[in-house]
Design a protein around this ligand. Sequence first.
Ligand SMILES: NC(=O)c1ccc[n+]([C@@H]2O[C@H](COP(=O)([O-])OP(=O)(O)OC[C@H]3O[C@@H](n4cnc5c(N)ncnc54)[C@H](OP(=O)(O)O)[C@@H]3O)[C@@H](O)[C@H]2O)c1
Length: 498
Amino acid sequence: MIEKGNMMAKEQASIITIFGGSGDLARRKLYPALYQLYHRGFLGEHFAVIGTARRPWSDDFYRDIVRTSLQGEPNTDDRSVKHFADHFYYQSHDVTDAEHYVTLKKLAAKLDADYEAEGNRLFYMAMAPRFFGTIASHIRSENLLSETGYNRLIIEKPFGRDFASAKELNDSISAAFTENQIYRIDHYLGKEMVQGLLALRFTNPLLTPIWNKDYISDVQITLAEKVGVEERAGYYETAGALRDMVQNHIMQLIAYVAMEQPATFTPAAVHAAKNKLFTHLPVLTPEQAKRDWVRGQYSASPSQLGYRNEDNVDPESMTETYVAGRIELDDPRWAGVPFFVRTGKRLPAKSTQISINFRPLEHNIFDTVGCNNARVNRLTVFIEPQQGYTLTLNGKTLGASYELEQNALSFVHNQDEINGAPEAYERLIGDALAGDQTNFTRWAEQEHTWNYIDVIRNVWDNSTDLPMYTAGTPGPAEGDALLSRDGFAWAEDFGLQK
Ligand SMILES: NC(=O)c1ccc[n+]([C@@H]2O[C@H](COP(=O)([O-])OP(=O)(O)OC[C@H]3O[C@@H](n4cnc5c(N)ncnc54)[C@H](OP(=O)(O)O)[C@@H]3O)[C@@H](O)[C@H]2O)c1
């Protein structure tokens, strides 16, 4: 049984192979995350990491790279960093070359004996997705899977670029790993307040009974970035905001907001609840996609480049850097409640938040006596950069007259606590080592969400309509019109005056 309360308490034994060990993700996220697991004692003496990539590095050079990647990380000192890095080994390897897998297998077996890793193997695909299938089939054909311990695979986003490619990818990794061995990363599921959302929803008698269409008028999810495309234009030009943010992160957040209460807090029960929810995500018609989804692209402001002027971007690019949509689930709990979502680059502020807007009371005793400026109650969950939540209630202003005002009950995690909590990758790698799939996505979820997204993508790919918004502004007016059409407005105003 998985002891969630005890996560990161028991030292884990494993040989961790990172394909793409010299890459950006490995250096920026994976090595710091593994270090923090080491610092907590979750990894100790019984683990080793094999980094593989084509460049011909030595173990010593690789360990230098690992040490460098930890500069500025919390909880580091020279001695611990050195002991940690001594667990790292490098194998130069072209993933298309079968012979190198034999060398990898021998190295893993030797390290398993040296570190008493109990035959456990964790494979991490930190490379471009086009290699995932090749790696999986070689792991199988060259027999890299352990017969004495567990075999687990962590796989990065993007998981395909449409349903057909996602299925092809899934078929290829399924040839070597079963669904229970595959850990598909969506790093939003590792974020503290996304985890916290489940606690809010399922432990508060104040909230649980009213979490439905009778009490909630609309749900809003914003994933806003202040930055532009930065150095990722090569990837972003082929992805766009819809694939990059909506199919995965936004859909996963919708699942956590909207799913029925899982029978227990176990991977199987949580995934069953999510999967059921996604069966209530109706596939759109092209007309519905046109009506309920809008895209945009940032244009230059006096101080910032437009998307089409960024390095490695086609000057006539039709790639969307902004998406807003209106989703309606067809299950009994949510029928008729719009879920408004938006995400974009070069918006006024970095902000990820979820707002739950409650319906006004049908009868209000203040209606007839001239002091009814009651507003809707709202629960806002701040995921980043601030982490916490606010519940707004109506109260009376101080003083002799009877005026109403909106008061906020707020909880914000302080920065020291945030710094001490596991970062998303640390939590997720820890989960994979512990064998807990709760915070990973399953194939059925990918299937539903890609089928939904593909319709929107096809509509846009056959259209020349691409609204522009000036860099640093809250996105195109079409994104606001989606809400005003139903009598709503975005709750998040990025600190700007409305
Ligand atoms: N970077 C991020 O922040 C981030 C965030 C989310 C998801 N991801 C995903 O994570 C994955 C890796 O991204 P990344 O940014 O780390 O990419 P990257 O910096 O380009 O790294 C790619 C790695 O693959 C290796 N490689 C390339 N061709 C190879 C081959 N034929 N055989 C063996 N190794 C090969 C490269 O090393 P050599 O050149 O030495 O072979 C390098 O280590 C991608 O799926 C990406 O979408 C990345």
